[in-house]
Design a protein around this ligand. Sequence first.
Ligand SMILES: Nc1ncnc2c1ncn2[C@@H]1O[C@H](COP(=O)(O)OP(=O)(O)OP(=O)(O)O)[C@@H](O)[C@H]1O
Ligand SMILES: [Mg+2]
Length: 247
Amino acid sequence: MPTDNATPILQLKDVKISYGQIQAVKGIDLELYSGELVCLIGANGAGKTTTLNAISGTLPIASGELLYQGQRINTLPAHLRLRQGLALVPEGRGIFTRLTVEENLRMGAYTRKDKEGIEADLERVYSMLPRVKERLAQVAGTLSGGEQQMVAIGRALLSRPKLLLLDEPSMGLAPLVVEKIFEVVQTVVKEGVTILLVEQNANLALEFAQRGYVMDGGKVTITGSGEDLLKDPKVRSAYLGEVDEAA
Ligand SMILES: Nc1ncnc2c1ncn2[C@@H]1O[C@H](COP(=O)(O)OP(=O)(O)OP(=O)(O)O)[C@@H](O)[C@H]1O
Ligand SMILES: [Mg+2]
């Protein structure tokens, strides 16, 4: 949790992101402290994916400040952000469907040269994701949706991230698999990785996250602890499928 004088691991200051003439993110502020699990929720088209892609460096920002571990990374290429421990599991998973599970996992370590460390991290991923270990030789495109998501997360862990960005890891998955994904997310946080989680499944995300940000129309509209957001009538009516009795 944030302490008074800690430097955030990630900080966005008035960040704007555009697709040509269209501004998708209209100036947002966001902070993440080391060890936190923070979620980002909001309706379709709110700008969540755009924000994660800009943090990971796959999308440029139009203006504002992007700070990672206190350093300005506004124009740092994505592969150098990855090398510094900033990894993204993209929306739709982005696994290599024609490669095997093991090849996919090893791709995650492509920026690393420490062979022993890579093998150790592979073992760590196998123990965290036994289903993945059983399928190392399987072509990734033939995995179930849940298994593919596990491989995508496992691959990101092979880059030994300090900050992991997860874009809707539970999308399209059955409740039991969603539970498993959240279990994995919690294990990863316990191991010391900071996580920014984008989720449609707001109820579950807010239950697990220490803090949350709500985005709407390219702006952050509400922010607070997971607990407070769960209780917030506006959040409940807009994102948790409840009637706002105060409105
Ligand atoms: N490549 C693109 N070109 C033009 N506009 C885009 C592009 N990608 C996204 N947008 C627009 O930017 C806005 C934000 O999209 P974004 O994908 O970030 O939303 P999101 O919050 O992730 O939504 P969802 O919950 O549906 O994934 C939307 O209006 C979308 O149409
Ligand atoms: Mg999205």
